[in-house]
Ligand binder design. Sequence first.
Ligand code: C2E
Ligand code: MG
Ligand code: MG
Length: 562
Amino acid sequence: MPSFHQLIADTSHHWEILEDMAGRTEYCSPSCLALTGFGPEHFLGRTDVLTGLAHSASRGELDEFLTGLRNGPTNMSKSLELRIVTEDGLSRWVVCHARRVTSSDGRMFLRASLRDISRRKALDMELKSSRLRDPVTGLYNRAWCMETLQRQLKIHAPGTYFSVTVMDIDRLKKVNDTLGPAYGDEIIRMAAERIAATMAPPDSASRISGDGFALLFPGKSPREVIKHIKRIQALMAAPFDLRGHEVTITASAGIVVSPMPGDKPEDVLRNANIALRRAKANTHHRYKVFHSRMFIESSRQMEIEIDLDAGLRNAEFFLEYQPIVCLETKRLKSVEALLRWNHPRHGVMRPDEFLPVAEATDFIVPLGEWVLRRACADMVALMADHPELTDLSMSVNISARQLAQHNIAETVAEVLRETGMEPTRLKLELTETMAMENPALTAQRLHTIKALGVKISIDDFGTGYSSLSSLQNFPIDTIKVDKSFVGKMDTSAEQRKIVRSVISLAHSLDLDVVAEGIEMREQWSMLKVLDCQSGQGFLFSHPVDMAKLRTFICKASPQVKQ
Ligand code: C2E
Ligand code: MG
Ligand code: MG
């Protein structure tokens, strides 16, 4: 007859194992045999049976667990979840509660009580994997990305490759606004499909925000990563068919190559995002590799970005006007409106300091409209006082993002109507690089604007790579020779030659020429010899406020004596 205690052990649902302190099995319960599929000979009298049963992935942990118990104090107890392999080769999850016990004759044993938890583990894993997947795209989600990134950063050794890329869909908001958010989701899903098609382990793609994806590339060289990103960008460029609506999108990317030791996942993603914003501001290559310099710059840019909105609301922006004169007579022909920002902390800021941020964030659209309205209103007021300036015009700079707006011509028409400005007095200036970025669209937009009676100028000519003849498809009236050529024409024969050919080519195309940045009398004289009609520069006047411009106009005698 088995003892009362043996009966309990023999009929226990759990597997009961008793080992001596040398690891030799003294007892194992029938349920243990039933569950593992092994006979009693596999257990009784043999040492380290538990370690032998453990799956290789759990063995190290189990060894540590058992050593701790064997060397620990009497009555010590511990638990461990581990995988074991049964006789038929299947693996099962068990929880092992073990403790040191002393028998009535004073001998010490290790008693292990194990329970099968495979079902719970399977459910856990299922739940975990569904928690780590993004339901819209089926890609991994942010939680998975952060966890994986943390793990990969930990094992990333200096001198080995590891790149992290953040990619997002440009102007998805526009799709959401025009077609509705369901279409936006559809684009995200289809874009994710295109990304996923290019990825293979160990590379991974996760959706980490509305339209943001993180791509982890352990082991890929920066060159390979850039090639991969370009491939994804090329795939994105193919039109998406959204239930009958054909939509074309672009995707920008910020890349962190070999994160710094000690970088946390949030640091790496922040840096990738900084590079991404740079990529978005750059219209040629829509990807950028992060450089630590960008971090400092981006803190300032972030500050500017936050302040822009308040700046417009609080009337911190203002315009200065720079006269453009007839080089022969010095008669005022036009004024160029130049934007300034009286920033509450940084003082008066020049456009170069804040325009790139305004352009990257599309804030340039409302800001540019404000400039246009202000300039036109000022011009109308000026004309009321100076009706004698019959052919005076106002030049206003516009940016690529403004021109990309489908309703740009309507905006211009509305401003003209509201301010009462004569369309022929308005001249819009756009740079050569901007025009060549998307020549077909630019030409189309410019033609509709031109139909209003407004004039068009090509600014900073010579700084891009286009030839004058490539601008022939645009309805332009004026070419402005960049100040970098004008500035050196009195000292460099080479620069003089460039200015001369631009002027004669412009004349052959029947275009007006304005020379920018005239600071020296020599430059002025040379330009006159080259038959350049108009010019602007500090020699004639710095950009000034409206009151000073009025003084400039009123002065009967010319300001600069020849
Ligand atoms: P831009 O349109 O080529 O304007 C001429 C720039 O040259 C102005 O700089 C002006 O102050 C400067 N300048 C004029 N004469 C001289 C000179 O003799 N020597 C030198 N060294 N510089 C001279 P600013 O005001 O800093 O503007 C820089 C650029 O910012 C402008 O170049 C234009 O591209 C852009 N910008 C200015 N206002 C606006 C605006 O309202 N909208 C947009 N989209 N861009 C603007
Ligand atoms: Mg200009
Ligand atoms: Mg210019």
